[in-house]
Design a protein around this ligand. Structure first.
Ligand code: NAP
Length: 211
């Protein structure tokens, strides 16, 4: 049984991810701040309590796992470099315990110039984000650099506006401005993230998943 180390598992996408991964036969080690937020109980779900800026808690989560899935992100009151610093600590732990692949979640505001072809609407959205949430955008960009420099296998999955709608079971995988729309349900996004655990076709890339 393959074990996935999950960060952000108590979040709205994270809970879908854990549920889907368990039902597909994976074991999960999840670092969460507040275990009460995860109502799921399963013999293959191990919960580690802590924050994603605590090296010891991160190491406890990563040790013994085969792959890392990072779904944490900024919430009210998060420090400016939450994703960068948390990801750096996760990378350190992965190197220490010889875990070589990480899938990380971000949004369309994070550019992937190699493949993106942003249209007017995409540029407008990025401009608005740059004004409204500059620290979140800068943090996403810097967390990408951490992964690039890590020497690990990485995939950054990007999504547009996330909804809590029921999953459709199908979605498009493209790039910003290419084969893309402006919405996806968190349950479908979680499905794509989970597929990346076994699939290496998007290694070192940032696919954009939408309807
Ligand atoms: N929202 C959107 O429309 C959108 C669009 C595109 C991409 N994204 C990306 O997708 C990610 C997931 O979205 P979502 O809506 O599922 O997020 P969410 O429900 O806000 O979940 C965020 C998760 O991060 C965790 N977290 C925050 N700070 C932490 C810390 N210091 N230590 C440990 N965990 C911490 C939260 O823990 P708690 O449960 O304890 O708060 C929660 O589990 C976002 O973070 C963003 O990068 C979002």
């Amino acid at each position: 049984m393959k074990t996935i180390a999950v960060f952000g598992g108590s979040g709205r996408t994270g809970q879908h991810f854990i549920q889907q991964a368990l039902s597909q036969g994976y074991a999960i080690k999840a670092l969460v701040r507040n275990p009460a937020k995860l109502s799921l109980k399963d013999p293959h779900l191990e919960i580690i309590q802590g924050v994603v800026l605590d090296r010891m808690a991160i190491e406890k989560t990563v040790i013994g796992s085969s792959v890392v899935v990072s779904l944490f992100g900024h919430v009210k009151g998060s420090p400016a470099r939450l994703q960068t610093n948390g990801t750096s600590l996760i990378v350190d732990a992965m190197k220490k315990y010889e875990v070589d692949k990480i899938i990380s979640l971000s949004g369309g505001g994070l550019p992937f110039p190699e493949k993106d072809e942003p249209k007017f609407a995409d540029k407008l959205i990025r401009t608005i984000m740059r004004i409204a949430i500059p620290k979140v955008l800068d943090d996403a960009i810097e967390h990408h650099q951490v992964l690039v420099k890590s020497g690990l296998q990485w995939i950054i999955v990007r999504g547009p506006r996330l909804s809590n709608a029921a999953p459709k079971g199908s979605y498009r995988v493209g790039w910003v401005g290419v084969n893309a729309s402006t919405q996806i349900a968190r349950a479908d996004l979680a499905d794509f993230v989970l597929k990346q655990v076994e699939d290496d076709q998007f290694l070192y890339q940032m696919p954009f998943v939408s309807y």
